[in-house]
Design a protein around this ligand. Structure first.
Ligand code: LLP
Length: 441
């Protein structure tokens, strides 16, 4: 069965009677007029179709713990949707923990990840009752045990391991290979376990965690990951006589940015994971564990689009045609950071012939601020609304104020209704943290 991550467009996308693109029953041109641009538009139906697919695909394995990797898109409204969908949250900073807590999220269903969690962040995690902490390194083991002791708590932990699996994705978003900043190398895992059992009495080791990478299209890496984790669980069982009962397989399922991408469906990944877990549990005579997964991109990526207004344009003599828009690398750094490709349409001209090859540039003072190169589009005029698909994950969450450009607003659309979920930043907010020291007066 197909799942929404295999579409380029949100599942509710169509051309309406005005001849414009609509998503969630809302005309994109009207949204651009009402809320201004750049604008992130999130289709609630697509988000929920993904959470439903995950729940359905894994329903034969009742010991699942589904967590949304909030780094992909974190706002209070998304926390609320995830809570309604029965998902937990994977959090990786004090800011994400704070957002979840202030959205009223059930903190027992959260997990805290990261390779350099600070004292303050761990302290906050324990105070707010974060459910599980994935400990990344020796430094953190000691720090966390001290904090837990001072709060008189016993903390559920996973150990993050580096499984030594390389996947075919951009180097910057591979995480499971051996030379990685994340996790315990398998050769030192027992040192960590010894410390937990012998010294760190406030830590309760419940399982192992790995994450291979992001924007993954292959099933096999998940099989390999389960294999590595089970071998460790079996080894630990034989050596320490304890059976770890929880495993975390991370996130990573890819989405379709352009026609060149062929991501697998949630059902395919679920089948691989469930079969490999059952096979391994049988082979090693280990009880089938609780299984965390932490998808981020595949839950929100396809649901989100970014709208821009076309501004200046330029034809380089004998060269490219550039069309500038009113945003760029500050609202979507992925093209300049990972050479990411996107599918683009003109929201007010979806049916017009794509007769012009154009390069869409951002407005930032940087030559590399190109959102997409050499795409065929209808002739673009000033004021046209340009729609970039698949910006729902790691767009807003990696946005910046480069050039002191304001962060865009985000709206959630559903059944013809649109609601602000992030207000457009204001110039007052932009300068709110700036201080002029007295001595400069
Ligand atoms: N769990 C862990 C421990 C992770 O590090 C990540 C992503 C996820 C889960 C979620 O992975 P996803 O399902 O979204 O692939 N900024 C990059 C992506 C970086 C991903 C970092 N970790 C991008 O824009 O492509």
């Amino acid at each position: 069965m197909e799942t929404a991550n295999q579409n380029i467009k949100p599942i509710t996308t169509k051309i309406n009677t005005q001849g414009n693109i609509e998503i969630g029953g809302c005309d994109l041109v009207e949204l651009a007029n009402k809320y201004g641009t750049p604008l992130y538009v999130y289709d609630e139906a697509t988000i929920r179709s993904m959470t439903h697919s995950y729940k359905d695909a894994f329903k034969t394995y009742p010991k699942m713990k589904m967590m949304f990797a909030s780094k992909a898109f974190m706002t209070k409204a998304i926390c609320r949707i995830m809570q309604q969908e029965g998902f937990g949250l994977d959090l990786c900073s004090g800011g994400e923990i704070y957002t979840a807590k202030s959205a009223g999220f059930d903190m027992s269903k959260t997990l805290f990840n990261g390779n350099n969690k600070s004292y303050d962040e761990l302290n906050m995690a324990l105070e707010f009752g974060v459910g599980t902490i994935s400990v990344d390194n020796f430094f953190e083991l000691a720090l966390l045990n001290n904090i837990a002791e001072s709060q008189n708590k016993k903390v559920r932990i996973l150990l993050r391991i580096t499984p030594g699996i390389e996947c075919h994705t951009h180097e910057y978003i591979q995480t499971g290979h051996l030379d990685s900043k994340f996790g315990f190398d398998l050769t030192v895992l027992d040192e960590a376990i010894d410390l937990i059992f012998d010294e760190y009495k406030n830590l309760n080791l419940v399982g192992l965690h790995a994450h291979i990478g992001s924007q993954i299209f292959e099933k096999k890496v998940y099989f390999d990951e389960v294999d590595v984790i089970f071998k460790e669980i079996k080894r630990i069982k034989d050596k320490y006589n304890i059976e770890l009962s929880e495993i975390n397989l991370g996130g990573g399922l890819g989405i379709k940015y352009t026609d060149k991408d062929a991501p697998i469906s949630v059902y395919e990944i679920a089948e691989t994971i469930i079969t490999s877990i059952e096979e391994h549990a049988k082979k090693y005579e280990i009880e089938a564990p609780y299984v965390f997964i932490e998808p981020g991109r595949s839950i929100v990526g396809t649901s989100g689009v970014t709208l821009y207004t076309a501004g200046s344009s330029k034809q380089v003599p004998h060269g490219r045609r550039y069309q500038a828009v009113d945003g760029g690398m500050s609202d979507n750094v992925r093209p300049s950071m990972y050479q990411a490709q996107y599918t683009v349409e003109v929201a007010n001209k979806p049916d017009e012939e794509e007769c012009e090859k154009v390069t869409i540039s951002g407005k930032h003072c940087e030559s590399g601020d190109i959102l997409v190169k050499d795409v065929n589009l209808p002739v673009i005029e000033e004021g046209d609304v340009i729609c970039f698909y698949d910006t729902g994950a790691y767009g807003y969450s990696m946005s910046s104020n480069y050039n002191r450009v304001l962060k865009p607003a985000a709206v959630l659309v559903n059944n013809g209704k649109s609601d602000i979920i992030i207000n457009r930043q204001t110039y007052e907010e932009l300068c709110a943290s700036d201080v002029i020291p007295d001595r400069l007066n």
